[in-house]
Every structure is written in C-alpha cells, then in structure tokens.
Ligand binder design. Sequence first.
Ligand code: C2E
Ligand code: CA
Ligand code: CA
Ligand code: CA
Length: 275
Amino acid sequence: AKQAGRAQSCFYQPKMHERVVQRVYFETSLREALSKEQFSLHYQPQFDVNKKLVGVEALIRWNHPENGLVPPGEFIPFAEESKLIIKIGEWVLMKACQVKADWLKHDAFRDINMSINVSALQFSQDNFVEQVRHALDQSGVNPNTIELELTESMLVNDQDDVIRKMQSLKALGVLISLDDFGTGYSSLSYLTRLPIDQLKIDQSFVSSFSEGSRESTIAASIINIGHNLNMEVIAEGVEQQSQFEWLKSQGCDLFQGYGLARPMPEEDLLSLLSQ
Ligand code: C2E
Ligand code: CA
Ligand code: CA
Ligand code: CA
C-alpha cells in the first residue's frame, strides 16, 4: 500500500505536469512496460457458499522500475485513451490462459476457473474472437475454465455485432460474465438476448450494504434477475462476514472480496491451495 501511495504522488502532481505532458509520458512508459514485460498478474480468489475456492480473477499490475507497483486504476484510463489497452489486453489474455494451463500440473487447481477482464475497446476490435481463439490454441487451456469479464459499456454500440461476437465466443467454449453489473446505462432487455453465463454484482451494491438499505435491495434484485435467466451470480467487494451471510441467504452463488481473500501473486495462491 505504501508503494502504491508513492506511485500515486509521482504520477499526479498537477503543478509539475500539464495533462498533455503527463499523457505523453504515460504513453511512452506504457509502451516500454509492454516491451520490457513490466506487467504481471495477481489473482483474487472467488468462493462458493461453503467458502471453497472455485475460481480466481486475474488483475493486472504494473511493476514500474521507479514508482513500484502501480494499481490498474492509475494506468488503465491512459491505456484506454492511447489505445494501448488493446495490446495490454492481448498480453493479459495470453498470460492468463498460459498460467491457467500450467495449473493442470497441480491437481488442486484442476477445477478452478480463471476470470479475465476485457476492455470495451479490446472487445470492439474486429479480430477479438480470433485473439481469444489464438490464446486458447497456444495455451491448450480447457476453454470451459476461462471466463471473460465484459462490461455493459460494450453493449451500447452495435447490438447485432455484440451478439454475433458473444455467440462466436460461446462457440469456442468460454464463459461470459457481465462485470460491474447494475452500474451501466443499457436496458435490461439485452440480458434475454445475449449468451451470458454470470452476472457480477458491482461492489458499490455490496460494500455499502446494510440490511434494508437500497443497495441491499438492488443486490437481492440482481440475484433474482440472474437466477430467473439461468445465470450464475457473483458478488464482488465482499468485505465483511455479515455481507457474505446476507448475500448467501439471498441465494448468491459466488463471493469475492477483501473479507475472503485479497488479490495475490501466483506463488501465494499456490501455497494457499496446497495447504
Ligand atoms: P474490477 O474488474 O471491478 O476488479 C475488482 C477490483 O476491486 C480490483 O481492483 C480488486 O482488487 C478490488 N477489490 C476486490 N475485493 C475488494 C473489496 O473487498 N473491497 C474493495 N474496496 N475492493 C476490492 P484492482 O485490481 O485495483 O483493479 C481495478 C480495475 O482495473 C478492475 O476493476 C478492472 O476494471 C481494471 N483491471 C484490472 N485488471 C485488468 C485487466 O487485466 N484488463 C482490463 N481491461 N482491466 C483491468
Ligand atoms: Ca472484473
Ligand atoms: Ca467489477
Ligand atoms: Ca469496477
């Protein structure tokens, strides 16, 4: 946390850097980060109702040579703006599939799903489905254990194109999750037309939870919508036991959050699983 704080104060000093200068600086160092392999993945466990570890979400980290570990919230927006997110996303996809394929060596990891974040810009590329096919082929991973996390922001564009792409992805065998669910602006009607396997309740409805609050009502409604449409529902941002218990009582299927496990490097995950 200390390192992240240091990185923040280096990057956001408005007096030192005009925004344009900052953007150019960021673009240059992001390109370098790609070519010098300064990115890595951390993994945050996902648990079922019995607190059995059943999946992980891959979360990108940037190990900046001078600024230490930079959290994605600080560079993803620049990566989107500069379109470098397309290349970064390709790297994440390939890396996560390779790592997941490697885990087949560990018996305890056989049934664990790997969730991978996909940015709207990456998804909108004409060759996105090809990218996924390539990562699956190269790694030899079982597609049924790969879950792509898409967001509602991808659905506002050309709906026919989105439907076609999702169907092609399903044909490859991967699972599709809708991330940050409940925060977008699109209509609910698309839920019935898209091949979505999982809804991920946004953490804003979970972290500010207290029983009887508006947030908890929304969370419970999302669980109902998901189940009525035969989708699995996962809650993110679960920090307290009371949140876990309440979401469980509402029928939520899966749980992710600091209260259960934080994102961690691969070594830590391996030792957690071999306990
Ligand atoms: P996200 O996809 O919603 O990921 C969940 C974020 O919430 C992660 O932050 C995670 O560390 C954090 N989190 C997990 N449990 C808790 C909790 O109990 N309380 C709180 N307050 N936070 C929790 P992180 O790793 O900093 O990532 C932030 C965002 O950056 C992600 O949000 C995602 O939008 C983006 N991101 C991360 N990795 C990638 C990637 O590989 N590709 C793309 N396109 N975006 C990524
Ligand atoms: Ca996510
Ligand atoms: Ca999310
Ligand atoms: Ca989010």
